[in-house]
Design a protein around this ligand. Structure first.
Ligand SMILES: [Zn+2]
Length: 383
């Protein structure tokens, strides 16, 4: 009974980061690009059970090598059709592992700008073609799996406030029904959330919900700033653990953190490369809403099943707690209410007799934080 598949949600995946080594090879061949030998481990050099789609060769303690790998792999993506291939590959793989809802991050700046004589030109046609291909990939995956997908547009913060604002202006002129989120990503230490005032406002006008990367590389203070500017969710946000007052604010405002265990282990210096140092369990137990995410699935050699598995084996999240995490993800999703209701009922329909018993026991025992108990009671009413 316990082996029954757990439905999963991803609220945080950068589409170019989803490219596995196998897919990178395919793109390089297709686009006649030389594939550097040093980019990946050879077939006999890594554990194929752990890295089913190949393994990139960057040193996990070396941020520069990681970024170089990311840039090299992204440079293999040349055409709108390439976006079909990577979107299909990522979604198919993860839907097979129980993914029912996903938010994909895309950067219009990277997809469709060119610089001519110092001026940035936004290519609308290119953008539409790319989204058409991504939409097509989603429809094709949906022929086999019932997975719902929405997009975020990324404002790349280290490119400066003007480009972030121009990105939203571009979306204002080129809206798409599945773009429901605005995201500030990139180097967290570049600039301050105050610098992006125009973008925060325009995102609100365009009725885009906001999820901002904060508290991953930068301190808890960056999360406070993101919330001040209207962030509905926080990308990573794990350094909230350093500030009790902030933890309380996250609980009161029902802010969800998009946690990515494998990504955080590799990129967050404070964890010293050791997953056991991750505060995910503490955040959950203190009542903060969390979700599990892949972030850059291909580059980090992960997928959603692996992230849930780490939560289960390293942090002892029970099946009931993992179901709660999935339901928190649905609740925090940037999607129409009717879809949330449908997905919530779907997840609840998968509760086994044992799950229901565990739920009842958790409510009676009152060992959990009241915020968790409140959610459990809601589930019980809906069951
Ligand atoms: Zn991210």
């Amino acid at each position: 009974m316990h082996n029954q598949i757990i439905p999963k949600v991803i609220l945080h995946e950068h589409v170019e980061g989803s490219i596995t080594p196998f897919m990178a090879q395919k793109l390089a061949d297709k686009n006649h690009i030389i594939f550097p030998n040093s980019l990946c481990y050879q077939a006999n050099e890594y554990d194929k059970n752990e890295f089913k789609n190949g393994r990139y060769r960057y040193d996990e303690t070396n941020f520069v090598e990681f970024i170089q790998t990311y840039d090299t792999v992204s440079s293999f993506v040349k055409t709108p059709e390439d976006y079909y291939l990577i979107t299909y590959d990522f979604l198919y793989r993860n839907a097979k592992q129980g993914l029912i809802y996903c938010e994909l991050f895309l950067s219009p700046y990277h997809i469709c700008t060119t610089e001519i004589n110092g001026e940035i030109i936004w290519n609308q046609e290119r953008f539409h073609q790319t989204l058409e291909q991504m939409d097509k990939a989603i429809i094709d995956v949906q022929k086999e799996f019932d997975v719902t997908v929405r997009y975020h547009v990324i404002g790349v913060r280290h490119l400066g406030a003007k480009i972030v604002y121009d990105t939203l202006r571009f979306i204002e002129k080129n809206p798409h029904q599945f773009i429901t989120g605005f995201n500030i990503a990139g180097n967290e230490k570049a600039g301050h959330f105050d610098d992006f005032q125009d973008a925060h406002q325009l995102a609100s006008q365009l009725k885009l919900k906001k999820s901002y990367h904060a508290g991953e590389i930068d301190s808890a203070e960056s999360i406070i700033q993101a919330l001040k500017h209207g962030a509905n969710r926080i990308g990573h946000g794990i350094r909230a653990i350093e500030n009790q007052k902030l933890i309380q604010e996250l609980i009161d405002k029902k802010i969800t953190l998009e946690i990515a265990l494998t990504s955080n282990r590799i990129l967050v210096n404070e964890l010293h490369g050791n997953i056991y140092n991750h505060p995910v369990r503490k955040l959950y137990e203190q009542g903060v809403r969390i979700t599990l995410n892949t972030d850059d699935a291909g580059i980090f050699g992960t997928d959603i099943e692996k992230e849930y598995h780490i939560a289960q084996t390293v942090f002892q999240f029970s099946r009931l707690e993992l179901l709660d995490i999935t339901l928190c993800g649905i609740d925090a999703a940037f999607v129409e209410e009717s879809v949330k209701v449908r997905l919530t009922h779907y997840v609840l329909s998968l509760f086994t007799a044992n799950d229901k018993q565990m739920l009842q026991q958790a409510i009676t025992d009152k060992k959990y934080h009241f915020a968790i108990i409140d959610r459990f009671k809601t589930y019980q009413e809906l069951l």
